[in-house]
Design a protein around this ligand. Sequence first.
Ligand SMILES: [Zn+2]
Length: 344
Amino acid sequence: MSEQQRTPAPVPDVLRVHGFSALEPGPKLIVLGGVHGDETCGTAGIERTLAELDSGALALVRGQLTMVPVANPLARSLMRREGERNLNRLFQPTRAGEQPADYESRITDLLCPLLDAHDVLLDLHSFQSAGEAFAMIGPRDNSGTLEPFARAFEEGQLALHLGTSRVVEGWLDIYAAGLAQRAGGKPADESEIAFGKGTNEYMRSRGGYGVTLECGQHRDPAAPEVAHRAIHAALRLLGMIAPDPHAQPQAASDRHLQPPAAAPALLRLVSVIDRDSEEDQFVREWATFDPVARGEPIGVRADGSVLAAERDGFIVFPNSAALPGTEWFYFAVASERDLRRPLA
Ligand SMILES: [Zn+2]
């Protein structure tokens, strides 16, 4: 091994940001890749879109497009999920007068003003276990304290057009419920909930909206394609590029709001189940979106008791290696919401 190979790579100290502004005003879309360093599909999808814009194969006709191919350069240089910590948690600018606590806080301080300058966020990720791509959206319109929101229909429209067969709603609600559960029913305080807030939650808190697209398994060769297609779909939906010439001709007025032929299944997260002990074991290897029927065994606790499904639903984000006291899996049910229509 040469001397050079033994020297640790320097900590990357530049965030690369690509901006395109059409002369015609319009929506402002920001696309992030590599918020988690080992998730490379978003970077690939962005690089391909950049090349298309540079070559003229793709033309921005109105609005502003900003793309950040690697949102966490330290995590990417390590090819790990995190650099010093998860960039997609505690996503808020450092308070005035305070010093950023770590590398990710310095990155967040650069990303927050960028997000502030846009209306729409598309955050491109991939996941560990096998499975199909899916999109994640936030709460329904509400004026509550946890995550007040007024753009659920627009956000749902974006999710609807990204080309996945499933969309998942309701993350922060269930995250907060999980915190309360761990505290014996005591509601989580603001700083605990702030920890659960990532890029999309920040975007919503600033008056915008955002969708997380999980493009597939980390090494799925199709994931970069999913990411690339999603960037195009978002641009087309927002009227920022010319309509797809292969699409069915439609009335000009609703060209950008025509839902895909087959609407994705919408699942609503309803609970999070913690792993209490190292001896808690799943009854089988679960994959995200595996359906379970009411009463079906999911896992066995250390004391031998069987953990069964309380209702018909789906296993989401199972983690057989979860540390005791942390999320073992989430449980979702089919949602009654229809993304194609505004909620009454
Ligand atoms: Zn991720």
